[in-house]
Design a protein around this ligand. Structure first.
Ligand code: ATP
Ligand code: MG
Length: 256
């Protein structure tokens, strides 16, 4: 049984069809890749999987449950988390505060009751605080933990975005171009973080335009083009496939 299974997903925005019957699945423990030309519908597929909108038809299943119509925060509670192409969060708050905000889904009422000063609430808040510190150390952003996110470099913001995802103790993380616009040194570091998270048991799906990086990290690789599934295979199978090469705007060979 696949951990994540998307079947025949269809959606149109204002009459313009963006998802045209997408089939997509990721098995437990995999480090999967999702590629495709600009505008292929990759981020939109993540939006449907994470509950930002309800698709016109088709299903999304996670860990054997149909979550197609489930509210986004309930999907997070099940362990399905995504990051955004452009880092979100609250720029005026510190790194620590940003991480703590995302503990709520996980710690639920215990965390909320900390606002009312109960013992369970305080313990819950302490646990979340420990977790935020440990995640910041792991991602090497503990040195800037009390700095407002707006003062961080682009790369550090990407790390906060990863930390935010980790705060909800995910089973699976959908990463949307976590290395885009980041310098080569930090790209390497982010790649190593993702690799380590996967090694620790988190199932990963990565959207990325850098093909050598996809080749290094991902197996299998799924190609989306014009809102539908084009193929799924190893990186070599994908880059050597003629249809895939044609989908990349007539390029005869994917830049690998
Ligand atoms: N909420 C929306 N309303 C209208 N159109 C949308 C919406 N969301 C996505 N689209 C359209 O859907 C298409 C696919 O966009 P999407 O962002 O999913 O592509 P992508 O594969 O992630 O591309 P990129 O690699 O450039 O990030 C685009 O034409 C986009 O304009
Ligand atoms: Mg996108």
């Amino acid at each position: 049984m696949s951990l994540l299974k998307v079947s025949d997903l269809r959606h149109a925005f204002y009459g313009s069809r963006v998802l045209n019957g997408v089939d997509f699945s990721v098995e437990q423990g995999q480090f999967a890749g999702l590629v495709g030309p600009n505008g292929a519908g990759k981020s939109t597929l993540y939006n449907a999987i994470s509950g930002l909108f309800i698709p016109d038809s088709g299903t999304v299943e996670f860990a054997g449950r149909d979550i197609t119509r489930m509210p986004a925060h309930e999907r997070v509670a099940l362990g399905l988390v995504r990051t955004f192409q452009l880092a979100r969060g609250f720029p005026k708050l510190t790194v620590f505060q940003n991480l703590m905000l995302y503990a709520q889904d996980n710690l639920g009422e215990g965390f909320l009751s900390s606002l009312f000063g109960t013992r369970a609430g305080r313990e819950s808040e302490e646990a979340a605080s420990e977790e935020a510190l440990s995640i910041a150390r792991r991602l090497n952003i503990h040195g800037v933990i009390d700095i407002p996110v707006s003062a961080l470099s682009g790369g550090q913001k990407k790390l906060v975005e990863i930390g935010r995802a980790l705060m909800s103790r995910p089973k699976m993380i959908l990463f949307d171009e976590p290395m885009a616009g980041v310098n080569p040194t930090l790209t390497r570091q982010i790649a190593e973080h993702l690799f380590a998270l996967n090694r620790d048991g988190i199932t990963v799906c990565l959207i990325e335009h850098d093909m050598p990086l996809i080749g290094e990290l991902c197996n299998p690789v799924t190609v989306l083009a014009e809102g539908s599934h084009l193929m799924k295979g190893t990186f070599e199978e994908v880059v050597n496939n003629l249809e895939v090469q044609e989908a990349y705007l007539g390029a005869r060979k994917v830049d690998a």
